[in-house]
Write a protein that binds this ligand. Structure first.
Ligand SMILES: *Cc1c(COP(=O)(O)O)cnc(C)c1O
Length: 366
């Protein structure tokens, strides 16, 4: 039995008539850029997140860049973030003119360790970007408390955490702004690139929307960039949005089955959910010292698995200039050789889940 890492086609087949009709509609209306489908998605995503304003844009990376420009990042400003994320989180800090300051992660949740943040705050620190990695919230109580005390802004990177909650409150509602990606493989995925920023700050929303559309349509109030959600992607997202809650529950059900089948193996650590956090399982990431051999064994048995990510960010050549050593981020460094993401998506069958788990148990001799 082959088990792909994700199966976007399987999901498409469950909503094919609606998707095909929506695509047909956009084409018959020539509603390719902006227009009613984009407006409907912005309104829908505001409603789902419970935030007043949603500014759609071309992808989740632009969302971070636009948010930081909107918050007035200036050259030399320092932004504190996690050592363990996708590079979008940090490349955009640099591009927006700031300096990246890394923190180690918390062992349980893979998210930024709040205990590390305080020591990294300097007079030049302006903001914090927590990443709700793999679909589990960072410790937003501790992060927001520190941000208030030091007057820092917070941008939540929610690219992997649609609908995740912290103490019953949705991620993306804590900080000054929150960014989302709708890349095809994300929990809510378009059929191409797509992204959005949500905020309750009307002035920030207005600035970001203007900046992302060439600094204003009729009157160019400033130089901006071109970062738009296109009509086709918006129409596709509008069809998918009503299914997101159910798809999230199905992901959680897959995770529970994996937990039951893999939870009692001493040489393997299944995802740990901190009490009070509702994990939405963008990724199901196990840890084992036998990671590389296990990954190869799974591949030999037709099971795809992925490293998210092969290295912690400070150890990529892109950040060699910071001169970090493994002991600067012991948890993130130890995780980089142990993590393995198993297939997880709403359409996975019980047989597939069982096959993945049985193959792992067999390999580990358990
Ligand atoms: C996917 C992702 C992004 C960027 O989203 P794109 O839409 O691919 O640009 C940013 N941060 C994290 C943590 C992500 O996983």
């Amino acid at each position: 039995m082959n088990v792909p890492f994700v199966d976007l086609h399987a999901q498409y087949l469950t909503i094919k008539p609606q998707i095909d009709a929506a695509i047909g509609e956009v084409i018959s209306e020539s509603a390719y850029i902006r227009g009613s489908h984009v407006e409907a998605f912005e309104a829908g995503w505001s409603r789902v997140t419970g935030m007043k304003h949603c500014v759609s844009c071309a992808n989740g990376t632009d969302a971070l860049y636009i948010a930081m420009r909107g918050l007035g990042l200036k050259p030399g400003d320092e932004v504190i973030t996690t050592a363990h994320s996708w590079i979008s989180t940090t490349e955009t800090i640099t591009q927006a003119g700031g300096r990246v300051v890394f923190c180690d992660t918390d062992y349980q949740s893979f998210t930024i360790d709040p205990a590390q943040i305080e020591a990294k705050i300097t007079p030049r620190t302006v903001g914090i970007i927590p990443v709700h990695l793999y679909g589990q919230s960072a410790d937003m109580d501790a992060i927001m408390e520190m941000a208030r005390r030091h007057r820092l802004w917070v941008v939540e990177d929610c690219a992997q955490a649609h609908l995740a909650t912290f103490k019953g409150r949705q991620v993306g509602t804590f900080g000054n702004a929150a960014t989302f990606s709708f890349y095809p493989g994300k929990n809510l995925g378009a059929y191409g690139d797509a992204g959005a920023i949500v905020t309750n700050d009307a002035r920030l929303a207005e600035w970001m929307a203007t900046y992302a559309r060439h600094g204003g349509k009729g009157e160019h109030l400033m130089e901006g960039i071109n970062s738009r959600l296109d009509g086709l992607q918006a129409a596709i997202l509008n069809v998918k949005l009503p299914h997101l809650a159910r798809w999230t529950e199905l992901r959680q059900a897959v995770a529970r089955q994996y937990d039951g089948l893999l939870g009692n193996i001493d040489v393997l650590v299944t995802p740990q959910v901190v009490p009070g956090r509702d994990h939405v399982y963008h990724l199901y990431v196990i840890r084992t010292d036998k990671r590389d051999a296990l990954k190869k064994h799974l591949a030999d048995q037709g099971i795809s698995s992925v490293l998210n990510y092969p290295k912690a960010l400070p150890f990529y050549p892109a950040y060699a200039y910071l001169g970090h050593k493994p002991e600067d981020f012991p948890i993130a460094y130890a995780n980089q050789s142990r993590i393995l993401s198993l297939p997880i998506y709403p359409e996975m069958t019980a047989d597939m889940i069982y096959h993945v788990a049985a193959t792992i148990r067999q390999f580990l001799g358990k």
